[in-house]
Design a protein around this ligand. Structure first.
Ligand code: TRP
Length: 362
């Protein structure tokens, strides 16, 4: 069986380092591993509109931001198909048929949808489109017969929902759809990188994100003012590394070779953590190290972004080409789906002959 990746992001803002360690970095590695037959990376604008219906301009502006973030991280249009969800109408059509396979109570139990409803104060008036977006996400994944979906932890319930739809569809209509596997980050820090203020969620409104497109100076300032262990007041005090954002970021980003380059007094992160826990290691020193590590990782991304920013029409062209290619693939799956569902009347010569005979006999 072919190995196919589909994943994507809502274009509601620039992508940050949480997106990077949670999924983007992995996507680029998978892309360059050569192990996959096809890779689809989608800018989920239709999904973004399910809770931004009155703010289409925000979605429109952020499409290019996300595309630039993708390209600057190393997603390569020659190897991965980058496309825009709304430009592939087959996805909407598939969603409509999948809706018959899912119950309202099943959607109401989806934990991610539940939290999002609370976060958006939708409790009393949930837009139907928003409520059903897990179904549309199943269409995104199955339209490309994706076998692997690299995403962050919050997307697990969506993949579960997709698997259920696939099983139900295949049992009712015959084996057409492919059950996907989720691919989560292997390291706990990457599963959920906290905000620079220590809050669990990074969000634009909390102003606690480090963006991939931040300048060197912006990143440095954000790191130097990062929340740490609040009880580590003096250098000599013993410090806590668990739940300490500076150390969580180091868990996500630093490798032993970074110590040779920037902090040769320590062989590795465990040694640094041990010293911090014992006491005698100041926050500023650790933050400076984190700054060096993060700048090293972000600098090539920034450089590539600068290059792509000089050629915005080319970026739109890449998305247009990608969307055409994605549409062609989704159209094939849709045709198979309609055949299986017996709603392919005009290509079904047998049906036409059968009906002609039935009426002829009368
Ligand atoms: N829900 C994802 C997000 O919030 C975006 C998305 C839409 C997606 N469709 C998808 C991710 C299909 C993986 C697979 O960013």
């Amino acid at each position: 069986m072919s190995k196919i990746i589909l994943t994507g992001d809502r274009p509601t803002g620039r992508l940050h380092v949480g997106h990077y360690v949670g999924s983007l970095r992995r996507r680029v590695e998978l892309q360059n591993s050569g192990e996959f037959d096809d890779i689809f990376i989608m800018i989920a604008d239709a999904q973004a509109l399910t809770d931004n219906a009155d703010n289409p301009e925000k979605v429109r502006q952020n499409i290019i931001e996300v595309a630039l973030d993708y390209l600057s991280c190393g997603l390569d249009p020659a190897k991965s198909t980058l496309f825009i969800q709304s430009q592939v109408p087959q996805l909407t059509e598939l969603s409509f048929y999948y809706m018959n396979l899912v119950t309202v109570s099943r959607l109401q139990r989806n934990p991610t949808v539940k939290t999002e409803i609370q976060m958006r104060n939708f409790e009393t008036s949930i837009p139907v489109g928003f409520f059903t977006y897990p179904i549309s996400q199943a269409a995104d994944i199955t339209a490309f017969k994706a076998t692997v979906v690299p995403v962050g932890e919050d997307q697990l319930p969506m993949i579960e929902q997709t698997k259920e739809i696939v099983r139900k569809f295949n049992s009712v209509y015959g084996e057409v759809l492919v059950e996907p596997e989720v691919l989560l980050p292997s390291n706990k820090a990457c599963l959920r990188l906290p905000g620079t203020d220590g809050k669990a969620k990074m969000s634009k409104s909390l102003n606690n994100c480090i963006y991939l497109s931040d300048s060197n100076e912006e990143v440095r300032k954000k790191i130097m003012s990062m929340f740490t262990d609040p009880n580590h007041l003096r250098v000599d005090d013993p410090g806590q590394v668990e739940g300490n954002p500076v150390f969580i970021y180091l868990d996500a980003f630093c490798r032993d070779e970074h110590f040779e380059r920037y902090l040769p007094d320590y062989p590795n992160l465990d040694a640094l953590k041990a010293h911090y826990t014992r006491g005698g290691l100041g926050d500023v020193k650790v933050k400076k190290f984190l700054n060096n590590v993060l700048q090293e990782e972000l600098e090539p991304i920034r450089q590539r972004r600068k290059e792509w920013e000089k050629n915005i029409p080319e970026v739109y062209r890449i998305l247009e080409e990608g969307s055409k290619r994605a549409e062609a693939v989704a159209a094939q799956t849709l045709a198979e789906v309609k055949r299986a569902m017996k709603i392919n009347y005009f290509e079904d010569q047998e049906l036409i002959a059968e009906q002609a005979k039935r009426f002829g006999e009368q």
